[in-house]
Design a binder for this molecule. Structure first.
Ligand SMILES: *Cc1c(COP(=O)(O)O)cnc(C)c1O
Length: 435
């Protein structure tokens, strides 16, 4: 059997209907913002391979750090033991995050980081003699594919078959905004009124509010303002409700600051990080809490301990990849480069809207999106599939979320590469819309 035949014979792919899936491409190499197939053709990766790649594919200094660590210590049980990669990384993260974060809990993917945040928040009340049972989420919110994460992300509407098995989460309207949005204040008032009403009725029974700060990823790169996040935090804290920021996608520079919450005045209590944490090299995640949350687990009894852990908790290879990535992040002044990418995104997305390709152009940091004109709206829109296919033929990895065309390139993409990609997309859209 050749490689594709073996793939068809043995592999079950994620988010894929195998019965109708188009032919898969074999990728043999990655470098910078590019992927290469087995025929040597290059593709510019405009979605950071599912929002993980930061400094470029197969970046040598991260690859070297992983190789060196693999020769020293690949893994150790993390209950009674610790190691330098984990302690160095935890310190680096706490220093960079700033107040109120003091404790890092390791796991290995974004969904799990969210499960841990939900369980941590829930048990912090339970340990204080309060059994609260409600969580607050948002329409369009997505937090991963495990049951707690699906429950929190029920507003994404991706989980229809499983909804009867999910715990119930109260879903609030989300004030999605875009460039020159005249209605944003009104949308925010509507969402905050719903939050106020909810807290008035249920504050004493509510554990936490969970939100993807500044950008809802899987929901279609829907963006909100930092002032809205601040207003949510203030209200929740006044009502004694915890706030969880799911920064699995937004962390590590994507939004223009190291973390999205750095653009807020008020701070959440728990934060989830994964995806860009290892620059896209290895599965690793962290759930980071304030000292107050941590303190609620302290007593002389194991009963109040956080009885949660995974086989690969704080995997040393993942930790050194994350440390090497942070080093590159500051050595290369990545945030300054994101500001350059931001301007290019704005210029092109506004132009696309003016040309009549779509509406609601929006840009935050190095992420840009536009809702394409289409017969259908939402995730099942056929226009997304057409663009994905045409882009791939042209040497670009694009994967619209239904009618939402978005670019979320590795932060190492150069200004010229990004302009070049936009020129190609412009050509493609002009043809599709016959403008
Ligand atoms: C991708 C994502 C997750 C889930 O992460 P996985 O590593 O795919 O489990 C959770 N939250 C957000 C905001 C995400 O974008």
């Amino acid at each position: 059997m050749n490689l594709i035949e073996k793939d068809n014979a043995y592999i079950w792919h994620p988010f894929t209907q195998a019965h109708t899936a188009s032919k898969r491409t074999v990728i043999t190499k990655g470098q910078g913002a590019y992927l290469f197939d087995d025929a040597g053709k290059s593709y510019i990766d405009l979605i950071s391979s599912w929002w993980v790649t930061l400094h470029g594919h197969a970046h040598p200094s991260i690859a070297d750090a992983i190789a060196a660590q693999a020769h020293k210590l690949e893994q150790v049980i993390f209950t009674d033991f610790t190691h330098q990669p984990a302690t160095e990384l935890a310190e680096a993260l706490i220093v960079r995050l700033g107040a109120p974060f003091t404790k890092v809990f390791f796991s290995d993917n974004g969904s799990t980081a969210v499960e841990i945040a939900l369980k941590m928040a829930y048990q912090s009340f339970y340990n204080q003699g309060q059994t609260r049972s409600r969580f607050i989420g948002f329409e369009g919110g997505y937090h991963g594919d495990t049951f707690g994460a699906m429950s929190a992300g029920v507003g994404s509407r991706f989980f229809t078959p499983f909804e009867p098995l999910c715990f119930s989460v109260d879903t609030l309207p989300y004030p999605a905004t875009h460039i020159n949005d005249e209605d944003v204040a009104h949308k925010e008032v509507r969402a905050l009124d719903a939050l106020d009403a909810h807290l008035q009725a249920h504050a004493g029974d509510t554990v936490a509010l969970i939100i993807e700060p500044l950008i809802q990823g899987a929901g279609g790169m829907r963006m909100c303002r930092a002032t809205f996040l601040d207003a949510c935090i203030t209200r929740c804290h006044a009502a004694g409700v915890l706030v969880i920021f799911d920064e699995v996608m937004t962390g590590f520079g994507r939004t223009g600051s190291l973390f999205a919450f750095h653009q807020c005045t008020h701070k959440p209590d728990i934060i989830c990080l994964s995806k860009g944490l290892t620059a896209g090299f290895l599965p690793l995640s962290v759930t980071i809490s304030s000292q107050d949350v941590f303190d609620a687990f302290l007593s002389d009894s194991f009963d109040t301990a956080f009885a949660h852990g995974h086989s690969f908790t704080a995997n040393p290879l993942g930790c050194v990849a994350a440390l090497a990535s942070l080093e590159l992040f500051f050595a290369n002044d990545v945030l300054a480069h994101v500001a350059v990418l931001n301007v290019i995104h704005q210029e092109w997305m506004q132009r696309f809207a003016e040309q009549g390709f779509g509406n609601s152009p929006r840009v935050t940091g190095a992420v840009a999106a536009l809702n394409l004109i289409s017969g259908e709206e939402g995730y099942s829109a056929a226009i997304g599939k057409e663009i994905k296919k045409k882009a791939w033929e042209m040497g670009m990895l694009l994967r619209p979320l239904g009618d939402a065309l978005y670019l979320l390139p590795p932060l190492c993409i150069t200004a010229e590469e990004l302009h070049g990609a936009y020129r190609a997309i412009d050509k493609m859209l002009t043809k599709i819309y016959k403008i």
